[in-house]
Write a protein that binds this ligand. Structure first.
Ligand code: ATP
Length: 236
């Protein structure tokens, strides 16, 4: 398996002129974005502004119509470039159903570490550790399809953290969570020291975590303002 150390300096995630269309409609138009070590970049914007599209495009799940993407210093153009970077860059999907395969929570969370080459015992230990950190070790034996929406969210995040990513891409990490769980996740993310890009409507989460923010316009609501450049900094 390849190990990704770089870049020693420079952006961990970089997009230049990123343009993405969905069903022929431009959602992202010439977006520039950089994420450096130590940064927690929040992506804001109204419903439909393109936050999820941006995260998916950065990991190659949605193709770019134009522009360039570099992840950990590597230029990514096709699936062969993106695929090996989806461990080092851990993505939490907006819909946990896209992320959980089960059958049980512990098997699901251990799946990533197993794929990384750990043996069954080591993968299971890694998975339990992640579940304990998230505070849901008691759900380990539960079938994933029996979990509530919030429990699914927590299990999916445990699965991401169990892979020991270098960078996190999180789509609405606190959606469907009660206040105590959201606070625990906020503390875990803050304490992780990991650089991250977070798409979220959660202002409390942004206030606690964001070091920088970009705001995407909503083309549905602002048809005259389709061209939006990212990296609009704001003080936090
Ligand atoms: N699978 C898809 N096929 C076609 N169009 C899509 C698809 N997913 C999203 N879109 C469209 O792309 C645009 C951006 O959607 P996206 O989900 O990225 O927005 P968002 O900012 O994440 O919204 P929200 O805050 O509601 O999650 C919307 O107009 C949406 O209708």
């Amino acid at each position: 398996m390849s190990t990704f150390h770089g870049p020693a300096c420079g952006a961990l995630v970089q997009a230049r002129g990123l343009t993405v269309a969905r069903r022929g409609r431009t959602v992202l138009d010439g977006l520039d974005l950089d994420l450096h070590a130590g940064e927690r970049l929040f992506v804001r914007g109204a419903c439909g502004a393109g936050k999820t599209t941006l995260l998916h495009a950065l990991l190659g799940f949605v193709p770019a119509a134009a522009g360039s993407i570099r992840l950990l210093g590597r230029s990514c153009r096709c699936e062969r470039d993106f695929a090996p970077l989806r461990g080092p860059l851990g993505m939490l999907f907006q819909d946990s159903g896209d992320q959980l395969f089960g059958p049980t929570v512990i098997e699901d969370v251990a799946f990533g570490p197993l794929n990384q080459g750990l043996d069954a015992d080591a993968a299971s230990a890694r998975a339990f550790d992640a579940l304990r950190r998230i505070g849901i070790a008691g759900l380990a034996a539960r079938p994933v399809h029996e979990l509530s929406g919030g429990q699914q969210r927590l299990a999916a995040l445990a699965g991401v953290l169990a892979m020991r990513p270098r960078v996190l891409l999180l789509d609405e990490p606190t959606a469907a969570l009660d206040a105590a769980s959201a606070a625990r996740i906020t503390a875990i993310l803050a304490g992780s020291g990991l650089p991250m890009i977070v798409a979220s409507h959660d202002e409390a989460l942004a206030a606690a975590l964001a070091t920088r923010s970009i705001d995407l316009s909503a083309p549905d609501q602002h048809p005259a303002r389709r061209h939006v450049r990212g990296d609009i900094s704001f003080p936090v």
